[in-house]
Design a protein around this ligand. Structure first.
Ligand code: UDP
Length: 239
């Protein structure tokens, strides 16, 4: 019997840190290959995949801003870091049996395509993986917010937020042994309890747009596929 995925179109948010693997900085090639394999599993099931990639493995505007740099300039550097990651991920995908297109919110024409919503949707319909780079294109935002925004724009049914921890917990499971995982949460609960799902701007956008979020661990083999199959994996945040 064929089992149908629960979602036909997803927006996957990968943090820059997901590309580091066991390294302390930058892009780990073995980790890239692993990520490509995880994504290929769901693409092969016919699921359309958009990806927003972060840049924290290379540069974070927030910390540099706090250290005295002009925050907007620091954020532009952060956005450029996400373009570097997007090119690396797209390259690995194209060599790993997928067809990837990178679209950037900041125009860097000879290097990556500019973000064009209609074109992105067409690529998704064609089964291509679209990697959205440069976040929202605006300083003072994050790639979490870009994920919520692009997710809504391309009419994804869900945002999948890939983290190190396999969901949202009652407390930090690294520090508190009694912490338990929520398998479901409402947006309001997440706000009231100040739970770490995504940043507040992203969370508010998803809540207003009724765009559910599933937080899960990208380091757990097969977890992405299980989320896409609608299984109890990570934490589902919904209206
Ligand atoms: N950034 C930005 N606007 C955006 C998205 C990202 O200015 O719309 C900058 C910001 O400086 C941020 C950096 O890009 O620190 C990297 O993105 P993020 O921290 O979200 O990456 P992640 O933590 O997911 O690796």
């Amino acid at each position: 019997a064929t089992v149908k995925p629960a979602y036909q179109r997803i927006l996957l948010k990968l943090s820059g840190e997901a590309l580091m693997g066991d390294d302390a900085f930058g892009i780990n090639r073995a980790m890239l290959a692993k990520l490509v394999a995880e994504v290929k599993e769901v693409v092969d099931m016919g699921v359309q995949v958009g990806i927003v990639i972060g840049g924290g493995n290379i540069f974070r505007g927030v910390s540099q801003g706090a250290a005295g740099m002009d925050r907007a300039n620091a954020d532009y550097m952060g956005m450029l870091a996400t373009v570097i990651n997007a090119i690396a991920l797209g390259d690995a995908m194209n060599r790993g049996g997928l067809v990837a297109r990178v679209q950037s919110a900041l125009t860097i024409e000879p290097v990556v395509e500019p973000y064009i919503r209609g074109k992105a949707i067409r690529y998704l319909e064609e089964g291509k993986v679209v990697i959205f780079a440069a976040g929202t294109g605006n300083p003072f935002f994050t790639t979490d917010t870009a994920a919520a925004l692009r997710g809504r724009e391309v009419e994804a049914q869900i945002v999948l937020k890939a983290t190190k921890v396999d969901g949202v917990y009652t407390a930090d499971p690294m520090k508190d042994k009694t912490a338990t995982r929520y398998n479901k949460l409402t947006f309001d609960e997440a706000f009231v309890k100040n739970l770490k799902v995504m940043d507040a701007t992203a969370l508010a956008l998803c809540r207003d747009q009724k765009l559910p979020i599933n937080v899960f661990s990208i380091f757990k083999a097969g977890a992405l596929k299980r989320v896409v199959m609608g299984e109890d994996e990570g934490t589902l945040v919904h209206n």
